[in-house]
Design a protein around this ligand. Structure first.
Ligand code: ATP
Length: 279
């Protein structure tokens, strides 16, 4: 059973693709790491799944509408004057609505705060929390969202080891419960230690499969080379379906970008630069 299916997917901004040629399936219950250099399209892909970035071509199908999404910390406004309890309670909006009385749900809220190590913090304004405490509060909100599909964008960036270990334990618990988790990550040690499968992205999929099989030096070198060779001004390209039945995505042999007449001969090293390098 699939939790997410990508079909010939191109996602982007103002007709410029940020992720393209993505085909494949995230199995239900998978714990998938999304890996790639800066600008590889990891955040864009997560935003595409929740509908925050437009699909330029192809499709994304999700098996559930109950999706919990944690954006990168830098994108979250902490100046909003709410308490830790209020923030966590936002996780209950979907089933109970934004204006439901919290009193009835207080035990559940306190349990979630306890699970993230924030007992006693319920009345603290979120603006007074440390980065790690704030991330714990956001994980309490995720717990309360109780979603079958959980998307995390660099959840451990700027977070200390102890907090990271606690949050990874929560994620592993979600995995044991059969939830599907997709997390954009930069720390490859974390990925190798905790994530059974990995998608390496460099605007398009470079490798996708069991982590030990795909996180190899040649694949990572190729992802870096392709990301660096990417032309930011590239226009949307012709759909070329690449089904990822194996652990590696083949480079596109022909890779014309329609309407892209100013960067010919330069832009699409990403179809060639690493050819064969992942072998
Ligand atoms: N709102 C936006 N408008 C236009 N372009 C954007 C926007 N957000 C991201 N991009 C571009 O999309 C591309 C992919 O960015 P994205 O943030 O998805 O990469 P990433 O892999 O998450 O990178 P990082 O590891 O640095 O967070 C980049 O070229 C980026 O400049």
């Amino acid at each position: 059973m699939s939790a997410i299916r990508f079909r010939g997917l191109t996602l982007g901004y103002d007709r410029h693709p940020a992720v393209h040629h993505l085909d494949g399936t995230v199995a239900s219950g998978d714990l998938l790491a999304l890996v790639g250099p800066n600008g590889a399209g990891k955040s864009t892909l997560l935003k595409g799944i929740v509908g925050e970035v437009g699909v330029l071509d192809g499709a994304i199908e999700t098996g559930t509408k109950a999706i919990a999404y944690l954006p990168q910390a830098a994108e979250i406004d902490r100046s909003f004057p709410v308490s830790v309890l209020d923030l966590a309670a936002m996780g209950l909006w979907r089933p109970f609505g934004a204006w439901a009385s919290l009193a009835r749900h207080r035990p559940k809220l306190l349990d979630a705060l306890a699970a993230v190590g924030l007992t006693g913090f319920e009345d603290r304004p979120i603006g007074t929390l440390s980065g790690g405490q704030f991330q714990r509060a956001l994980f309490a909100r995720l717990i309360l969202q109780d979603a079958r599909l959980i998307l995390l964008d660099e959840p451990f960036t700027g977070i200390d080891e102890r907090t990271t270990a606690d949050l990874i334990a929560l994620i592993r618990g979600w995995h044991r419960e059969g939830r599907t988790v997709v997390a954009a990550l930069h720390d490859l040690h974390q990925v190798r230690a905790h994530f059974p499968s990995t998608l390496v992205l460099a605007r398009r999929p470079i490798a996708w499969g069991p982590t030990a099989d795909v996180l190899t030096p040649p694949v990572l070198a190729r992802a870096l080379a392709l990301s660096e060779a990417w032309d930011e001004a590239a226009a949307i390209c012709r759909h070329e379906s690449q089904h990822l039945g194996r652990h590696e995505a083949e480079p596109a042999a022909a890779h014309d970008h329609h309407g892209h007449d100013q960067h010919q001969g330069h832009a699409h090293a990403h179809g060639r630069a690493g050819h064969g390098a992942a072998r």
